[in-house]
Design a protein around this ligand. Structure first.
Ligand code: MHF
Ligand code: KIV
Ligand code: MG
Length: 282
């Protein structure tokens, strides 16, 4: 697969070819995503939870996001790579936001950054980063970094007021210069209205079919423990498979059946004899 570019993503939207996006947080995941041939890879701040075990996305730092992003960059060739700008790294000023975005480009080689929200201050950040020459993906609907202000991890766009607000936000994020928009946890009928109004591709998660889909890798693999969001479909059983493999290893070590002869290095009897002689001299 040749390298995915922004014009290619726009073309996919125009041809109604669904865009496939998935998260990755480390090198082996990036390799797997690459081999599977997806269009876009997202180093999501969801890595705060699924990779690092934090309770929420707001806890992850720029340094931690950069570490994940650099690992993913090393494993990504053809997919278009986007990193989430974490909470606190853009809130203070447009200058801070540009400085943060520049670090992700220079240190991790991202193709674009993603920024949540669409209020006046968020729009100003999008304009500033785009003006610096860095492509921006917007993110509206359920925005986990400010979930407290939304009343929790709640679906959005389900009331008259909320649906109206979302349309305004989508238009504003596009006008601010974002080339692509993630919409999370919004009824598909409301997303369809936005698709008619916008020219940039819309990537949905819990938002119907849209122009593309994104899912958290660990959710789709079946690694995430406990209850997942309504929009998650599990396509694998890697969590259970991992536990089973570790338990089988533990069983064989305890039973003495691992390591077997084929896992051990050969040696001449003379070398073993010399080791014993050295012990006697010691
Ligand atoms: N593993 C994982 N998957 C994700 O999709 C994800 C993360 N982590 N961390 C960051 C955010 C948080 N996200 C979430 C988390 C939970 C719900 C959730 O459980 N929502 C409920 C309530 C919906 C409502 O009441 O309106 C649901 O039933 O879907 C939604 C999005 C999406 N992101
Ligand atoms: C769920 C996607 C859109 C995301 O922002 C993340 O993984 O952090
Ligand atoms: Mg995120």
């Amino acid at each position: 697969m040749s390298r995915v570019s922004i014009p290619r993503l726009i073309e996919k939207r125009e041809k109604r070819e669904p865009i496939v996006m998935v998260t990755a947080y480390d090198y082996p995941a990036a390799r797997a995503v690459e081999r599977a041939g997806v269009d876009m890879v997202l180093v999501g701040d969801s890595g705060a939870q699924v990779l690092l075990g934090y309770a929420s996305t707001v806890e992850v730092s720029v340094e931690e996001m950069l570490m994940m992003s650099k690992a993913v960059r090393r494993g990504t060739e053809s997919a278009f790579m986007v990193s989430d700008l974490p909470f606190g790294s853009t809130e203070e000023s447009d200058v801070q936001a540009v400085q943060t975005a520049v670090r992700f480009v220079r240190e991790a080689g991202v193709d674009a950054v993603k920024l949540e929200g669409a209020n006046e201050s968020r729009l100003s950040r999008i304009r500033a980063i785009v003006a610096a020459g860095i492509p921006v993906v917007g993110h509206i609907g359920l925005t986990p970094q400010t979930a407290t202000a939304l009343g929790g991890l709640r679906a959005q766009g389900r009331t008259i007021e909320s649906a109206e607000r979302l349309v305004g936000e989508g238009l504003a994020v596009q006008a601010a210069g974002a080339f692509c928009l993630v919409i999370e946890a919004v009824p598909s009928e409301v997303v369809d209205v936005l698709r008619e109004a916008l020219t940039i591709p819309i990537i949905g998660i819990g938002a119907g079919k849209a122009d593309g889909q994104v899912l958290v890798l660990h959710d789709l693999l079946g690694i995430t423990e406990g209850k997942t969001a309504k929009f998650v479909k599990t396509f694998g059983t890697i969590g259970d498979d991992t536990v089973a493999a570790i338990a089988a290893y533990a069983d064989e070590v305890r039973a003495g059946s691992f390591p077997a002869p084929e896992h051990q290095y050969p040696v001449t009897p003379e070398a073993v004899e010399a080791a014993r002689a050295a012990l006697l001299r010691a």
